[in-house]
Ligand binder design. Structure first.
Ligand SMILES: NC(=O)c1ccc[n+]([C@@H]2O[C@H](COP(=O)([O-])OP(=O)(O)OC[C@H]3O[C@@H](n4cnc5c(N)ncnc54)[C@H](OP(=O)(O)O)[C@@H]3O)[C@@H](O)[C@H]2O)c1
Length: 242
């Protein structure tokens, strides 16, 4: 059997109480990593910590963190240092989408999307890099979207955030690969989650499942240190025909 690239590592997964982030946290725990689980909603964070900690006692730290807040991001990483001695893996997953025409969008809605999907990845990556460098390397996964390269109406803010994240991710990959820190951009198509006030359930059978995205991360962690698959597109194999 192939060695798990997650084994013995410490991971921070943002937005990991549900959806893709939750599946990634579960897969990394199963692969032998210690995992910091976080999101904004305190009750969900406590529940996720309890549920995951029951299966993996002592390997889960659950803390609320809004990735838009510099102070909360700093606290989250400091807690990971205290609990687990540092950070090897960061999954910038926290993200939101609101879809409406630009002329109908408030500045607050625009800011929420840009600050969560783009500034959040900046703040968390900036906190992670020196810690990873101290440990001789690391891996940052940015959960972007096919909306990071394909524009569509009503998605101006979401497109801007994910096109921006792709740019951040690719530039950062070139900046820090010489330090043994890999950066990969993952661009999923439709995944059955709570995204955009959705609810996984009937009618969504054609969509990707969160565990499909988690599997990409596990697979990337198993690549040889010399190889860096810096960008992965993943989409449902049989979407409804238009
Ligand atoms: N679902 C799709 O079809 C799809 C496709 C392509 C890409 N993606 C991307 O995948 C990522 C995960 O989305 P998902 O589909 O799993 O959505 P989801 O089920 O709605 O989960 C989003 C998670 O992010 C957290 N979150 C939201 N805002 C946050 C903030 N400011 N700080 C920290 N955590 C925050 C949420 O918890 P709280 O609300 O409690 O904070 C939740 O845990 C996003 O970046 C999204 O853009 C999704």
């Amino acid at each position: 059997m192939m060695q798990s690239g997650a084994k013995g590592k410490v991971a921070i997964v943002t937005g990991s109480t549900k959806g893709i982030g939750r599946a990634v946290a579960e897969a990394l725990l199963e692969g032998g990593a210690r995992v910091v689980v976080s999101a904004r909603t305190q009750a969900d964070v406590a529940a996720a910590g309890e549920e995951l900690g029951r299966v993996h006692p002592g390997w889960v730290l659950a803390r609320p963190c809004d990735v838009r807040r510099e102070d909360q991001v700093a606290d989250l990483f400091a807690e990971a240092d205290r609990a687990f001695g540092g950070v090897d893996l960061l999954v910038n997953n926290a993200g939101v989408g609101r879809f409406k025409n630009l002329e109908d969008m408030s500045l607050a809605e625009w800011n929420t999307i840009l600050e969560t999907n783009l500034t959040g990845a900046f703040l968390c990556s900036r906190a992670a890099i020196p810690r990873m460098r101290r440990r001789g390397g690391g891996y940052i996964f940015n959960i972007s979207s096919l909306a990071g390269k394909n524009a569509f109406p009503s998605a101006t803010a979401y497109n801007a955030s994910k096109f921006g994240l792709n740019g951040l991710s690719e530039a950062l990959m070139q900046e820090i690969r010489h330090d043994g820190i890999k950066v990969s951009t993952i661009m999923p198509g439709s995944v059955s989650t709570h995204f955009n006030e959705g609810a996984p359930g009937p009618g969504e059978e054609w969509k990707l499942q969160p565990r499909d995205i988690a599997r990409v991360i596990v697979d990337l962690l198993n690549h040889d240190p010399r190889s860096l698959p810096s960008c992965v597109e993943i989409r449902p194999s049989r979407p409804p025909k238009r």
